[in-house]
Design a protein around this ligand. Structure first.
Ligand SMILES: Nc1ncnc2c1ncn2[C@@H]1O[C@H](COP(=O)(O)OP(=O)(O)OP(=O)(O)O)[C@@H](O)[C@H]1O
Length: 297
Protein backbone atom coordinates (compact mmCIF):
# COMPACT_ATOMS: atom_id res chain seq x y z
CA UNK A 1 0.00 0.00 0.00
CA UNK A 2 1.45 3.40 -0.90
CA UNK A 3 1.19 6.04 1.76
CA UNK A 4 0.94 9.75 1.49
CA UNK A 5 0.47 9.99 5.26
CA UNK A 6 3.23 10.00 7.84
CA UNK A 7 3.67 6.65 9.59
CA UNK A 8 3.32 8.45 12.92
CA UNK A 9 1.93 11.89 13.63
CA UNK A 10 1.66 13.04 17.24
CA UNK A 11 0.35 16.56 17.79
CA UNK A 12 0.18 18.33 21.12
CA UNK A 13 0.10 15.00 22.91
CA UNK A 14 -0.45 15.43 26.64
CA UNK A 15 -1.00 13.05 29.52
CA UNK A 16 -1.04 13.78 33.24
CA UNK A 17 -1.17 11.43 36.21
CA UNK A 18 -2.42 13.50 39.14
CA UNK A 19 0.21 16.20 39.68
CA UNK A 20 2.69 14.60 37.22
CA UNK A 21 2.69 15.75 33.61
CA UNK A 22 4.15 12.65 31.95
CA UNK A 23 3.78 13.92 28.37
CA UNK A 24 3.63 17.64 27.81
CA UNK A 25 2.42 18.79 24.40
CA UNK A 26 4.62 16.43 22.42
CA UNK A 27 4.79 16.76 18.62
CA UNK A 28 6.42 14.12 16.43
CA UNK A 29 6.20 13.13 12.78
CA UNK A 30 7.82 9.99 11.42
CA UNK A 31 7.93 9.25 7.70
CA UNK A 32 7.42 5.70 6.42
CA UNK A 33 10.70 3.76 6.43
CA UNK A 34 12.43 5.79 9.14
CA UNK A 35 14.16 4.03 12.04
CA UNK A 36 13.74 6.37 14.98
CA UNK A 37 15.08 6.16 18.52
CA UNK A 38 12.98 7.78 21.18
CA UNK A 39 15.71 8.51 23.68
CA UNK A 40 15.35 9.91 27.16
CA UNK A 41 16.21 9.36 30.81
CA UNK A 42 13.98 7.44 33.22
CA UNK A 43 10.63 9.11 33.65
CA UNK A 44 10.96 11.23 30.47
CA UNK A 45 7.56 10.03 29.25
CA UNK A 46 8.65 7.46 26.66
CA UNK A 47 6.41 4.59 27.79
CA UNK A 48 3.41 6.87 28.28
CA UNK A 49 3.89 8.19 24.73
CA UNK A 50 4.24 4.67 23.31
CA UNK A 51 1.08 3.58 25.18
CA UNK A 52 -0.89 6.45 23.64
CA UNK A 53 0.61 5.78 20.23
CA UNK A 54 -0.60 2.17 20.40
CA UNK A 55 -4.04 3.18 21.68
CA UNK A 56 -3.41 1.54 25.07
CA UNK A 57 -3.84 4.86 26.91
CA UNK A 58 -6.03 7.84 26.09
CA UNK A 59 -4.37 11.27 25.75
CA UNK A 60 -5.72 14.10 27.91
CA UNK A 61 -5.11 16.37 24.94
CA UNK A 62 -3.65 16.14 21.46
CA UNK A 63 -3.93 13.55 18.73
CA UNK A 64 -2.28 10.36 17.50
CA UNK A 65 -2.44 9.44 13.84
CA UNK A 66 -0.85 6.29 12.42
CA UNK A 67 -0.82 6.23 8.61
CA UNK A 68 -3.54 8.88 8.73
CA UNK A 69 -5.91 6.80 10.88
CA UNK A 70 -6.48 6.08 14.56
CA UNK A 71 -4.25 3.68 16.52
CA UNK A 72 -7.21 1.29 16.80
CA UNK A 73 -7.56 1.21 12.99
CA UNK A 74 -3.84 0.59 12.55
CA UNK A 75 -3.85 -2.27 15.08
CA UNK A 76 -6.97 -3.84 13.56
CA UNK A 77 -5.45 -3.71 10.08
CA UNK A 78 -2.18 -5.26 11.33
CA UNK A 79 -0.30 -2.12 10.28
CA UNK A 80 1.32 -1.64 13.68
CA UNK A 81 2.78 -4.18 16.09
CA UNK A 82 4.76 -3.79 19.29
CA UNK A 83 7.49 -5.47 21.28
CA UNK A 84 7.24 -4.58 24.94
CA UNK A 85 9.68 -5.33 27.74
CA UNK A 86 8.07 -8.38 29.27
CA UNK A 87 5.03 -10.60 29.49
CA UNK A 88 2.94 -12.88 27.40
CA UNK A 89 5.05 -16.00 26.75
CA UNK A 90 4.18 -19.53 27.86
CA UNK A 91 7.30 -21.27 29.15
CA UNK A 92 6.30 -24.85 28.18
CA UNK A 93 5.67 -24.22 24.50
CA UNK A 94 8.54 -24.32 22.04
CA UNK A 95 9.55 -21.23 20.09
CA UNK A 96 7.88 -22.55 16.89
CA UNK A 97 4.71 -23.62 18.75
CA UNK A 98 4.44 -20.12 20.23
CA UNK A 99 4.65 -18.58 16.78
CA UNK A 100 2.10 -21.01 15.28
CA UNK A 101 -0.32 -20.52 18.18
CA UNK A 102 -0.12 -16.74 17.95
CA UNK A 103 -0.62 -16.92 14.16
CA UNK A 104 -4.03 -18.50 14.81
CA UNK A 105 -5.21 -15.28 16.46
CA UNK A 106 -4.65 -13.32 13.27
CA UNK A 107 -6.66 -13.78 10.09
CA UNK A 108 -3.69 -13.73 7.79
CA UNK A 109 0.00 -13.80 8.68
CA UNK A 110 3.44 -14.25 7.21
CA UNK A 111 4.59 -17.89 7.37
CA UNK A 112 5.98 -19.04 10.74
CA UNK A 113 9.28 -20.12 9.13
CA UNK A 114 9.77 -16.66 7.65
CA UNK A 115 9.26 -14.73 10.89
CA UNK A 116 11.55 -17.14 12.77
CA UNK A 117 14.19 -16.53 10.14
CA UNK A 118 13.75 -12.75 10.23
CA UNK A 119 13.97 -12.69 14.01
CA UNK A 120 17.14 -14.82 13.87
CA UNK A 121 15.70 -17.71 15.91
CA UNK A 122 15.07 -20.37 13.25
CA UNK A 123 17.87 -22.45 14.79
CA UNK A 124 16.14 -22.60 18.17
CA UNK A 125 12.62 -23.25 16.84
CA UNK A 126 12.26 -26.47 18.86
CA UNK A 127 13.58 -25.06 22.14
CA UNK A 128 11.08 -24.63 24.99
CA UNK A 129 10.54 -20.94 25.71
CA UNK A 130 11.48 -21.49 29.36
CA UNK A 131 14.96 -22.59 28.24
CA UNK A 132 15.56 -19.52 26.07
CA UNK A 133 17.73 -16.64 27.26
CA UNK A 134 16.23 -13.20 27.84
CA UNK A 135 17.57 -12.06 24.48
CA UNK A 136 16.13 -15.08 22.67
CA UNK A 137 12.75 -14.48 24.32
CA UNK A 138 12.81 -10.89 23.10
CA UNK A 139 13.60 -12.07 19.59
CA UNK A 140 10.63 -14.41 19.91
CA UNK A 141 8.42 -11.43 20.87
CA UNK A 142 9.83 -9.68 17.83
CA UNK A 143 8.95 -12.72 15.66
CA UNK A 144 5.38 -12.61 16.99
CA UNK A 145 5.16 -8.91 16.21
CA UNK A 146 6.31 -9.66 12.65
CA UNK A 147 3.44 -12.11 12.01
CA UNK A 148 0.96 -9.51 10.69
CA UNK A 149 3.78 -7.99 8.59
CA UNK A 150 3.23 -4.54 10.16
CA UNK A 151 4.28 -1.33 8.43
CA UNK A 152 5.25 0.12 11.81
CA UNK A 153 7.10 -1.72 14.56
CA UNK A 154 7.14 -0.09 17.99
CA UNK A 155 9.57 -1.31 20.64
CA UNK A 156 9.54 -0.06 24.21
CA UNK A 157 12.94 -0.50 25.84
CA UNK A 158 13.12 -4.02 24.42
CA UNK A 159 16.62 -4.84 25.68
CA UNK A 160 16.31 -3.87 29.32
CA UNK A 161 18.11 -6.43 31.44
CA UNK A 162 19.85 -8.17 28.52
CA UNK A 163 23.58 -8.74 28.40
CA UNK A 164 25.72 -7.00 25.78
CA UNK A 165 25.74 -9.95 23.39
CA UNK A 166 21.97 -10.44 23.69
CA UNK A 167 21.40 -6.76 22.97
CA UNK A 168 23.66 -6.88 19.93
CA UNK A 169 21.98 -9.97 18.46
CA UNK A 170 18.55 -8.52 19.12
CA UNK A 171 19.33 -5.24 17.36
CA UNK A 172 20.99 -6.98 14.45
CA UNK A 173 17.70 -8.79 13.80
CA UNK A 174 15.70 -5.54 14.06
CA UNK A 175 18.09 -3.65 11.86
CA UNK A 176 18.25 -6.35 9.18
CA UNK A 177 14.46 -6.42 9.08
CA UNK A 178 14.17 -2.63 8.92
CA UNK A 179 16.13 -2.68 5.66
CA UNK A 180 13.00 -4.07 4.06
CA UNK A 181 11.40 -0.63 4.52
CA UNK A 182 9.52 -1.15 7.76
CA UNK A 183 9.16 1.94 9.94
CA UNK A 184 10.65 1.37 13.38
CA UNK A 185 10.22 3.46 16.52
CA UNK A 186 12.07 2.31 19.60
CA UNK A 187 12.20 3.80 23.06
CA UNK A 188 15.49 3.46 24.88
CA UNK A 189 17.59 5.10 27.51
CA UNK A 190 20.74 3.56 26.06
CA UNK A 191 22.51 6.22 24.08
CA UNK A 192 24.72 3.68 22.32
CA UNK A 193 21.67 1.77 21.03
CA UNK A 194 20.17 4.93 19.62
CA UNK A 195 23.48 5.83 18.02
CA UNK A 196 24.10 2.38 16.55
CA UNK A 197 20.66 1.43 15.30
CA UNK A 198 18.62 4.55 14.53
CA UNK A 199 18.70 6.89 11.53
CA UNK A 200 17.16 9.59 13.63
CA UNK A 201 17.18 10.37 17.35
CA UNK A 202 14.34 12.14 19.13
CA UNK A 203 15.50 13.22 22.57
CA UNK A 204 12.78 13.62 25.17
CA UNK A 205 12.87 15.16 28.60
CA UNK A 206 9.96 15.87 30.90
CA UNK A 207 7.45 14.87 28.28
CA UNK A 208 8.80 17.16 25.58
CA UNK A 209 11.05 16.80 22.56
CA UNK A 210 14.30 18.63 23.36
CA UNK A 211 16.28 17.64 20.26
CA UNK A 212 15.44 15.87 17.03
CA UNK A 213 17.80 15.05 14.22
CA UNK A 214 19.80 12.46 12.37
CA UNK A 215 22.29 10.65 14.55
CA UNK A 216 24.98 12.76 12.84
CA UNK A 217 23.17 15.96 13.74
CA UNK A 218 22.71 14.89 17.34
CA UNK A 219 26.39 14.00 17.46
CA UNK A 220 27.22 17.45 16.11
CA UNK A 221 25.53 18.90 19.17
CA UNK A 222 28.35 17.21 21.02
CA UNK A 223 31.04 18.39 18.64
CA UNK A 224 31.87 21.53 20.57
CA UNK A 225 34.17 22.01 23.52
CA UNK A 226 33.71 23.19 27.06
CA UNK A 227 35.93 25.95 28.36
CA UNK A 228 35.96 26.05 32.14
CA UNK A 229 37.55 28.76 34.26
CA UNK A 230 37.46 30.22 37.74
CA UNK A 231 35.94 33.68 37.36
CA UNK A 232 33.82 35.07 40.19
CA UNK A 233 31.08 37.37 38.88
CA UNK A 234 31.56 36.31 35.24
CA UNK A 235 29.77 38.50 32.71
CA UNK A 236 27.56 35.80 31.19
CA UNK A 237 26.09 38.05 28.50
CA UNK A 238 29.54 39.04 27.23
CA UNK A 239 30.60 35.40 27.05
CA UNK A 240 27.37 34.36 25.36
CA UNK A 241 27.97 37.01 22.68
CA UNK A 242 31.35 35.53 21.63
CA UNK A 243 31.43 33.73 18.26
CA UNK A 244 30.50 30.03 18.41
CA UNK A 245 29.22 30.07 21.99
CA UNK A 246 26.31 27.70 22.54
CA UNK A 247 25.65 28.21 26.23
CA UNK A 248 27.16 29.67 29.38
CA UNK A 249 26.75 28.11 32.79
CA UNK A 250 27.83 29.48 36.15
CA UNK A 251 28.59 27.03 38.95
CA UNK A 252 29.71 28.87 42.07
CA UNK A 253 32.93 30.71 41.15
CA UNK A 254 33.36 28.64 37.99
CA UNK A 255 32.05 29.45 34.55
CA UNK A 256 31.54 26.81 31.86
CA UNK A 257 31.23 27.93 28.27
CA UNK A 258 30.01 25.42 25.67
CA UNK A 259 31.38 26.53 22.35
CA UNK A 260 32.38 25.62 18.83
CA UNK A 261 35.31 28.05 19.02
CA UNK A 262 37.24 27.34 22.20
CA UNK A 263 40.20 29.48 21.06
CA UNK A 264 38.06 32.62 20.92
CA UNK A 265 36.64 31.95 24.37
CA UNK A 266 40.06 31.18 25.86
CA UNK A 267 41.54 34.32 24.31
CA UNK A 268 38.73 36.48 25.66
CA UNK A 269 38.93 34.97 29.14
CA UNK A 270 42.71 35.35 29.40
CA UNK A 271 43.04 38.81 27.86
CA UNK A 272 39.83 40.58 28.88
CA UNK A 273 38.96 39.08 32.26
CA UNK A 274 40.62 37.88 35.48
CA UNK A 275 39.84 34.23 34.69
CA UNK A 276 42.28 31.61 35.99
CA UNK A 277 42.57 27.78 36.07
CA UNK A 278 41.45 27.57 32.46
CA UNK A 279 40.55 24.09 31.17
CA UNK A 280 39.35 23.05 27.73
CA UNK A 281 37.64 19.68 27.25
CA UNK A 282 35.80 17.98 24.39
CA UNK A 283 32.16 17.13 24.81
CA UNK A 284 31.17 13.62 23.96
CA UNK A 285 27.79 12.25 23.03
CA UNK A 286 27.13 11.20 26.61
CA UNK A 287 27.63 14.78 27.76
CA UNK A 288 25.45 16.16 24.99
CA UNK A 289 22.75 13.73 26.04
CA UNK A 290 23.04 14.80 29.65
CA UNK A 291 23.13 18.48 28.73
CA UNK A 292 19.98 18.07 26.68
CA UNK A 293 18.11 15.85 29.09
CA UNK A 294 18.85 17.31 32.50
CA UNK A 295 17.02 20.28 33.95
CA UNK A 296 20.09 22.50 33.61
CA UNK A 297 19.78 22.28 29.81
N1 LIG B 1 0.17 4.98 35.74
C1 LIG B 1 0.87 5.99 36.25
N2 LIG B 1 0.50 6.61 37.37
C2 LIG B 1 1.19 7.65 37.89
N3 LIG B 1 2.31 8.15 37.32
C3 LIG B 1 2.74 7.58 36.20
C4 LIG B 1 2.07 6.47 35.60
N4 LIG B 1 2.73 6.12 34.48
C5 LIG B 1 3.78 6.96 34.38
N5 LIG B 1 3.80 7.84 35.41
C6 LIG B 1 4.77 8.93 35.62
O1 LIG B 1 4.89 9.65 34.42
C7 LIG B 1 6.24 10.00 34.15
C8 LIG B 1 6.67 9.43 32.81
O2 LIG B 1 6.76 8.01 32.93
P1 LIG B 1 7.13 7.05 31.71
O3 LIG B 1 7.06 5.65 32.21
O4 LIG B 1 6.31 7.40 30.53
O5 LIG B 1 8.63 7.46 31.44
P2 LIG B 1 9.75 6.66 30.63
O6 LIG B 1 10.47 7.70 29.85
O7 LIG B 1 9.15 5.54 29.90
O8 LIG B 1 10.68 6.15 31.80
P3 LIG B 1 11.51 4.77 31.94
O9 LIG B 1 12.70 4.94 31.06
O10 LIG B 1 11.87 4.79 33.39
O11 LIG B 1 10.61 3.66 31.54
C9 LIG B 1 7.04 9.49 35.33
O12 LIG B 1 7.18 10.55 36.26
C10 LIG B 1 6.17 8.39 35.90
O13 LIG B 1 6.40 8.25 37.29
Amino acid sequence: MTDTHPAVELAGLTKTFGPVTAVDGLDLRIAPGEVVAFLGPNGAGKTTTVDMLLGLARPDAGTVRLFGGTPADAVRLGRVAAVMQTGGLLKDLTVAETVRMTAHFYGHTRPAAEVLERAGIADIADRPVGKCSGGQQQRLRFALALLPDPDLMVLDEPTTGMDVEGRRDFWQAIRADARSGRTVLFATHYLDEADAYADRIVLVRQGRVVADGTTAEIKNLAAGRVVRATLPGADQAALAALPGVQSVEVRGDAVLVHTEDSDAVARHLLTRTDARDLEITSRNLEEAFLALTTTAA
